[in-house]
Design a protein around this ligand. Structure first.
Ligand code: NAP
Length: 489
């Protein structure tokens, strides 16, 4: 039976869609050591060789794993590897760091790169790297490469994250690791002293840290609207007339809830900016910090927007598939039959037709604008536009998307808010609830365009403070547009 340990993580030749990773190790180049023969060690050795370094791998049982490494790498004992290299990657689990203590004399004065990760997020130190520094006080410890997976290391930076976070108390040691990073095609990011190692070790363990609140908001809103719609559209007909409408639960009710969540989430993207503007107006200064909750909310706007976009896209897909359902076909046939029976010649109602046309057109526009916002929020795209362009898309077009989505909902609602039969169990139609927040945001935003308000906000954002009574006037020839003044947050 073949030894499972002899199977490499990535088969040789996987690089370049089947071609071999070219190994260009040069005997005149520095020797880099790697302790351990696991996944990370094999990937590191391959990439280091490709970057032109000589590689010596230190193992407890070198003969067992020698075949897993490229021929150009020297697989030997831990002691020999530690003695031959000036810079050594420690690619063993942190709980085994202490077993390397016998290498202390051989590693004295050398650079050790700790690639280890923790098992769970730790808020209090010491970090693995700091513990390694305690074991090897005469070596220079550099923390790094732990945020790069063994796969990315082997396939190369173009197939994954390019950034390598580094920290160390020795600038010289850090510089030599930076140089290796550059030669391997990665971008070193200097995170300062070794005390930052805890944060670097925690990084790969975070699970979407900035998505918790937007995700919880989206889910809570969805659950709320789903049960609200369920009560009105499924439970009410069942209780009041015994009509079974439970078939609506998987598609109809979901499709009514998704746009509600999308619109409220989109309003939540623009509400904190509005709060910030009014807070600045009220305080008469921009130099007082926003409350923590507002600060946090402002930083999460992108995530709120993307959640809104997801719900809007799902709503579009659900809506497109509505006519495919059997229930829709039955309803259509029954309606046609009823009309024939009643002798109705033409069921065309101009107002209904217009309403539907407008409703669809504005909805498509809103989704188009939202897509644009989502695309521009991608770091690679955001990097290609300047601040003014970014602010134009995210603020002006964003408010355009909010307006379109609000009009879409208004047209959907039409005059039903004034129809008493729509208030089932005394609950107003869903669109009435949904429209509250977007209307508040849009009206609040409009109020910021009133010249005296816009002028005051502009002065505040340019450094004027009410309490100091500093005489301050903007040069009239600069010709700032109102849109710029109120879109700065
Ligand atoms: P692995 O495949 O289990 O390899 C660990 C190696 O440690 C073994 O092959 C072993 O090599 C060596 N070792 C030395 N002393 C040991 C001891 N006393 N007991 C057991 N093994 C000992 O682990 P890995 O995936 O390469 O990960 C190595 C380190 O890199 C870990 O700290 C991990 O957190 C970190 N890391 C991993 C990844 C990843 O994608 N896997 C990414 C970033 C960071 P010998 O038997 O030849 O001595």
């Amino acid at each position: 039976m073949p030894d499972p340990m002899s199977r490499p993580l990535i088969p040789r030749g996987a690089e370049d869609g089947g071609g071999h990773l070219e190994v260009v190790s040069d005997p005149n180049n520095p020797v880099v050591g790697v302790l351990g023969t696991g996944d990370v060690s094999r990937s590191l050795a391959t990439r280091l060789l490709a970057a032109g370094y000589q590689v010596v791998v230190g193992s407890r049982t070198p003969n067992r794993f020698v075949k897993l490494f490229p021929e150009e790498a020297k697989v030997t004992t831990q002691m020999e590897a530690a003695s031959q290299a000036d810079l050594v990657f420690v690619a063993v689990y942190p709980e085994h760091h202490s077993t390397l203590v016998s290498l202390k004399p051989a590693l004295a004065g050398k650079t050790l790169v700790d690639v280890s990760n923790g098992l769970r997020i730790s808020r209090d130190g010491p970090s693995n790297a700091e513990l390694l520094a305690d074991i090897f006080p005469e070596s220079f410890i550099v923390k790094g490469f732990n945020t790069i997976s063994a796969w990315t290391l082997q396939t190369g930076p173009r197939d994954g994250n390019r950034q390598v976070f580094l920290c160390s108390d020795s600038q010289k040691a850090k510089n030599s690791v930076k140089q290796i990073c550059h030669r391997m095609g990665f971008i070193p990011i200097d995170m300062g002293l070794l005390s930052s190692s805890l944060e670097i070790e925690n990084q790969p363990l975070y699970l979407f840290p900035s998505w918790h609140i937007p995700f919880i908001c989206t889910l809570s809103l969805f659950v709320f609207f789903y049960f609200y719609n369920f009560t009105r559209d499924v439970l009410h007909p069942y209780i009041s007339t015994g009509k079974n409408a439970f078939y609506k639960m998987p598609v109809d009710t979901v499709n009514l809830s998704l746009p509600s969540v999308a619109l409220v989430m989109l309003a939540l993207v623009y509400l904190p900016g509005l709060n910030a503007a009014y807070l600045q107006l009220w305080r008469g200064t921009k130099y007082r910090r926003f409350p923590n909750w507002l600060d946090r909310w402002l930083t999460l706007r992108k995530q709120f927007g993307l959640c809104s976009f997801l719900c809007a896209v799902l709503h579009a897909i659900y809506s497109l598939s509505l006519p495919m359902r059997k229930s829709a076909r039955f309803k259509l046939i029954n309606e046609a039959y009823r009309q024939v029976k009643d002798g109705v010649a033409d069921s065309w109602v101009d107002a209904d037709v217009w309403r539907m046309e407008l409703y669809l057109s504005v909805g498509i526009m809103a989704l188009g604008l939202l897509s644009l916002l989502a695309v521009t929020s991608l770091p690679s795209v955001a990097g290609t536009v300047n601040w003014r362009e970014f602010s134009f898309v995210q603020s002006s077009l964003g408010h355009g998307a909010l307006t379109m989505a609000t009009v879409h909902t208004l047209v959907y609602g039409w005059d039903r808010a004034f129809d008493r039969s729509q208030y089932r169990f005394c609950l107003p139609p869903t669109f009435v609830l949904v429209l509250i927040l977007p209307c508040v945001v849009l009206l609040g935003r409009l109020a910021l365009f009133v010249p005296c308000v816009a002028g005051r906000l502009r002065k505040i954002r340019r450094g004027w403070e009410r309490s100091r009574h500093v005489g301050f006037a903007l040069p009239p020839e600069r010709g700032f547009s109102g849109a710029e003044d109120v879109s700065n947050v």
